[in-house]
Design a protein around this ligand. Structure first.
Ligand SMILES: NC(=O)c1ccc[n+]([C@@H]2O[C@H](COP(=O)([O-])OP(=O)(O)OC[C@H]3O[C@@H](n4cnc5c(N)ncnc54)[C@H](OP(=O)(O)O)[C@@H]3O)[C@@H](O)[C@H]2O)c1
Length: 236
């Protein structure tokens, strides 16, 4: 098996495969260290879908699991194409997206550019999006933006303020938004446990601009690592 990783779910699946003695390898793009996987790890791109076809064929891979991040744009398409071309069974493991509760005020947007365009002039927006996604907000100099980062960013435009901090729980996020005078929350719909910011926005009645995930290629889609393990065991 080849597991395209970079997520908590991929790590959980790797753990399940290791426990069952499944012959599997983890693949990482190389952005984060691959030290906490209980399986062999390879690192770096394959050279597009064609490179992945060559890799799958050379290794005699029996199944390919795309467990990359829900906002990974290229790899899911490459994986689906390569699996078809190499005639390798293929599945995707993606954590479910967040859904708004009945009392949540979300504006759902197709991409970051649409989210940037939807901010009203003068907004004081909290960007829960990652520095790599900041380019979409370059033209919104009429807004004051706060970007939260785990580590200090290199350089930011004048209208973007850096906040070096980890996400907190609901009460901490609420206090933070109050202290910063936040009027809007911009988030990518990654899903998973980091929902405190959304709960805090709901508590404060802040509008949420929720960026939808890139569309996945057609194929077998699982939400839980255990379900993928069942699929893998069914291939044998
Ligand atoms: N985008 C996010 O918000 C986000 C957040 C957390 C983690 N990640 C993780 O970071 C990685 C890169 O993210 P991205 O947004 O740049 O994704 P991407 O647009 O899908 O990937 C860009 C290129 O990076 C290589 N790549 C991506 N994932 C790989 C993997 N697991 N193993 C080997 N090569 C891989 C591929 O290069 P080749 O074409 O040369 O094969 C791919 O074309 C992904 O694995 C993803 O799971 C992304």
């Amino acid at each position: 098996m080849l597991i395209l990783a970079g997520t908590t779910e991929a790590r959980l699946l790797a753990g399940l495969c290791a426990d069952r003695g499944i012959d599997a390898e983890v693949s990482l793009a190389g952005l984060v260290p691959g030290t906490d996987y209980p399986l062999p790890v390879r690192t770096g791109g394959f050279g597009g879908a064609e490179g992945l076809v060559r890799y799958l064929s050379a290794r005699g891979t029996a199944g390919l699991v795309d467990a990359t991040h829900p906002f990974a744009a290229a790899m899911p398409r490459h994986a689906a194409r390569a699996a078809t071309a190499a005639d390798v069974p293929h599945a995707m493991l993606k954590r479910p997206p967040w859904l708004p509760g009945p009392d949540e005020d979300w504006l759902e947007l197709s991409d970051l550019a649409a989210a940037a365009a939807a901010l009203p002039p003068g907004a004081r927006a909290f960007l829960a999006i990652g520095a790599g996604s900041l380019g979409a907000f370059a033209a919104r100099r009429d807004c004051r933006l706060v970007l939260r980062q785990m580590t200090a960013p290199r350089e930011l435009p004048a209208h973007v303020e850096a906040l070096v901090a980890r996400p907190g729980d609901r009460a901490a996020e609420r206090a933070l938004f109050r202290r910063l005078g936040i009027t809007h929350l911009v988030a990518k719909n990654s899903g998973g446990p980091a929902r405190a910011k959304l709960d805090a926005a709901r508590d404060l009645g802040l509008p949420v601009l929720m960026v939808a995930r890139p569309v996945l290629p057609p194929g077998r889609l699982f939400a839980a690592p255990g379900a993928v393990l069942d699929w893998i065991e069914g291939l044998a």
